[in-house]
Write a protein that binds this ligand. Sequence first.
Ligand code: AMP
Length: 275
Amino acid sequence: MIPVVKTIDEVRNYVKAWRREGRTVGLVPTMGFLHEGHRSLIENDCVVVSDFVNPTQFAPNEDFETYPRDIEADAALCESAGAKLIFNPEPSEMYHDALTTVSVDKITKVLCGKTRPIHFNGVCTVVSKLFNIVMPDRAYFGQKDAQQLCVVKKMVKDLNFDIEIVGCPIIREKDGLAKSSRNTYLNAAERKAALCLARALSTGRKMICDGEKDTERVADAIRAEIEREPLARIDYVEIVDLDTLEPARDASSHILAAVAVYIGKTRLIDNFIID
Ligand code: AMP
């Protein structure tokens, strides 16, 4: 069975042994409760999956306590996907009286950063720590969290981490809903309502593929489609430049169309890119 380790020293010992054998190392940072979206990130190399619900990226009113956890199921999925090690630390192993944080300016203040102002500081700090603990050649992130991917790429560039960041496509349920650990919060009616995100985004993408260049018109169409769903409440619908995350005018290239929508109490995100 795949080893599940709790301490930084144990991770370092495994990685040192792989390095002595000349193997490359991949890192897949997750918060656990793994699904096929996570599995798609476990690709090759000696892969370490970190499985850590990171308290510092949740605000007090968010779902840190109730976030689903199932380390045994996670270990089975990681094993079957070919990962070599799971790092499942306690918060005390990651943060003893820490006074240092890592923050990326500007691109963390838009989109999800508006409703979740501390979120990306928590993400950048924990991801930096994981990079320093595992020292991987490559780290894998899903495009499902497109802003996170953009922020991590910028942080790696700005801080000269010698790590290749690999972005991986969004894995969806058969009916189009983007896979997410938070989908388990949805009751049957909400699960059906949640399809409005993918439906609206596919309307927007089709408009662009059919030649629409005006991002306002595309965003309005996406909004209108979501507003047709009574259980949905829009947090944001935005079309932005893929690197700067500033509002884009021309929808035809290098854009991220991103939405965050509350379905009942559950906040879901989804997006597409045109590059
Ligand atoms: P999380 O456990 O939600 O923090 O996600 C860990 C990693 O898995 C992040 O890089 C996510 O972007 C990625 N991920 C989550 N859901 C999906 C999905 N449906 N498709 C692809 N990647 C995903």
